[in-house]
Structure formats: structure tokens, C-alpha cells
Design a protein around this ligand. Structure first.
Ligand code: BJW
Ligand code: ZN
Length: 244
């Protein structure tokens, strides 16, 4: 399933990074955004994942987020998440960059994580940015901050900037990685989708793991088609076993 080149590179590598997307959580039961099983088959993204839509209809947007928070609170990390924890232990320098807001990488045990699109378990004020704890938001009685501003999920919507430290570090990591994985992402949403491109430009061996080909498949060095929850454990097993 894996090329000898990849296995040999991984055995020698000290700096390895992975960018993950919704596909890594699919086997935990969290729907992806696009595609056949995508969340947005049922909900139109333009209506929900942007600031103007929130200000126009906060109740609707909060209903969507409460639905997802409730779903996420009932699921567990899957073998794909766990394999990425093993990678963090195995490689001298391992960086996990995620577009996911579902907290499952943290729950699995990864420590060095860059969350590019925020975290669904956090909230903040639309006006003063004060962080608010994860109390359940009642859509019928929307909470406000001390300053009067509405409380919103602390995630990144279309047209909004990504957290500066996370995105800057992620590009630095992409440029210094020897091997860079793009896992379970359609690679359509910028600027995250540029990370594998930047990594390859800087000399990394770029590997895509996805259920189906994506817009970057022809560009990467190695494309592995299948479920991340099966491929990643098998890859880490092979590296560790060969070492013994
Ligand atoms: C499996 C599997 C299994 C399934 N195993 N695989 C440059 C060019 C063009 C446009 C832009 C640009 N720069 C900025 C933009 C605008 C916009 C953008 O990129 N638009 C494109 C869609 C065209 N970007 C932004 O607005 C970003 N902000 C920004 O750039 O600020 C500066 C700026 C602003 C305005 C103009 C210019 C500059 C912000 C993007 C924020 C994205 N936010 C969301 C919502 C987060 C909150 C929430 O979760 O509710 O983030 S959108 C949504 O998409 C979410 C995801 O993180 C993100 C990526 O989706 P992902 O993870 O790839 O999921 P899917 O569903 O697309 O794919 C799943 C994949 O898994 C599939 O490929 C499956 O095959 C696979 N899979 N099961 C392995 N078991
Ligand atoms: Zn406030």
C-alpha cells in the first residue's frame, strides 16, 4: 500500500507534519462538509458559516452549531486520530495542523496542534472578543456579553482571517517538513489548502490520504486512496515494526 520511498523517508525523518480535514473525523461519525455525506447537503454554507448570516439570523446559526456540538460530544476519536498521536511520539518533531473544530485530536492526545479554524467548544463576543466558556447556548434566549455584544462560536467563517500565530507557524512548518501529509481534506478552502503546495515547493515529500482523489492529487508525490482510520494505523505499524 505504501511505497518503499515513503517508508524509508519516514524512518529517517525528524520533521514531519500533517494537515487534517473533516475526513479524519468521518469514521468517528462526524459528517464532512462536502460530498455525498456532507453536512452542507442539508444546510447551505452561505447561510450559516459567515458573519453577516450570523448577525442576520443568530438563532438559525446557533441551532446548527448546537446540533453539531451535541453530535460531537457523543463521539470518540477513531484509529486515524490515535495513529497521529503515535506519530507525535515517534518523530522528533511532529506537527499537527487541523482545519477541524471538533476537538477530537486533542481528545485523542496530540499536544502540538495548530487549530486553523478555531474550536467549536469555545465561544467569544462578536464585539470585544472576550472568551466565554462552553455553556450550552439556548437558541431561544441568546446570551450576550457584559458589553452587550452577541456571543458567537469561536470558529473561523468565510471571509474571516485565520488566527495569526497558527497560520504563520503552519506555513513555517510546511516549509521545514521532510514529509507532509494531507489527510481527509478536499483541499478547496484557502489558505489551508496552500499548505501542501507550499510544503512541496520547499522540498517536502507530500502524501495525500483520502477516500477519493482531490484537486491536489495530481500534484502530490504519493496519493493513498482509502479511509484514514485504516491507512494511518497501518502506516505507523509498518514504521515501528520495521524498526524493531
Ligand atoms: C475521507 C474519509 C475517510 C471522507 N478517510 N478521507 C483564495 C482563493 C479563492 C478563495 C479564497 C482565497 N483566499 C480566501 C478565500 C475565500 C475562502 C475560500 O477558501 N473559499 C473557497 C471555498 C473558494 N477562504 C476564507 O474565507 C478563509 N479566510 C481567509 O482566507 O481570510 C482572508 C481573506 C478573506 C476574504 C477574501 C480573501 C482573503 C476562511 C475559511 C474558513 C473556513 N471555515 C469553515 C467553517 C469552520 C467552522 C465550522 O466548522 O463550522 O471550515 S468552512 C469548512 O471547510 C470548515 C472546514 O475546516 C473547511 C475545509 O473542509 P474540509 O475539512 O476539507 O472538508 P470537506 O468536507 O470539504 O472534505 C472532506 C474530505 O474528506 C473529502 O475529500 C472526502 O473525500 C474525505 N474523506 N471520509 C479519508 N474516512
Ligand atoms: Zn463583549
Amino acid at each position: 500500500m505504501f511505497s518503499d520511498l515513503l517508508i524509508n523517508k519516514l524512518k529517517k525523518a525528524t520533521t514531519v507534519a500533517a494537515l487534517t480535514g473533516a475526513g479524519i473525523s468521518a469514521e468517528s461519525g462526524v459528517p464532512t462538509f462536502r460530498g455525498e455525506q456532507g453536512l452542507w447537503k442539508k444546510f447551505r454554507p452561505e447561510e450559516l458559516a459567515n458573519f453577516n448570516a450570523f448577525m442576520k439570523n443568530p438563532k438559525l446559526v446557533w441551532e446548527w452549531y448546537n446540533f453539531r456540538k451535541n453530535l460531537i460530544s457523543q463521539v470518540q476519536p477513531n484509529p486515524g486520530h490515535h495513529a497521529l498521536v503515535q506519530m507525535e511520539t515517534y518523530f522528533q518533531d511532529f506537527y499537527l495542523i487541523t482545519q477541524n473544530v471538533d476537538n477530537l485530536h486533542r481528545l485523542a492526545g496530540n499536544k502540538r496542534i495548530y487549530e486553523l479554524h478555531g474550536n467549536i467548544m469555545r465561544n467569544r463576543c462578536v464585539d470585544c472578543n472576550k472568551q466565554w466558556s462552553d455553556t450550552l447556548i439556548d437558541e431561544e434566549n441568546l446570551p450576550h456579553c457584559d458589553c452587550g455584544g452577541l456571543i458567537r462560536p469561536d470558529v473561523v467563517w468565510f471571509g474571516e482571517s485565520l488566527p495569526e500565530k497558527e497560520i504563520t507557524k503552519s506555513f513555517e512548518v510546511a516549509r521545514k517538513s521532510e514529509v507532509f501529509f494531507s489527510i481527509g481534506t478536499s483541499a478547496l478552502v484557502q489558505p489551508a489548502a496552500s499548505l501542501p503546495i507550499e510544503a512541496k515547493r520547499a522540498g517536502a515529500y507530500v502524501v495525500e490520504i483520502n477516500f477519493e482523489p482531490t484537486v491536489i492529487t495530481d500534484y502530490v508525490d504519493e496519493s493513498i486512496i482509502g479511509k484514514s482510520g485504516e491507512i494511518l494505523p497501518s502506516l505507523i505499524r509498518q514504521i515501528i515494526n520495521d524498526q524493531e
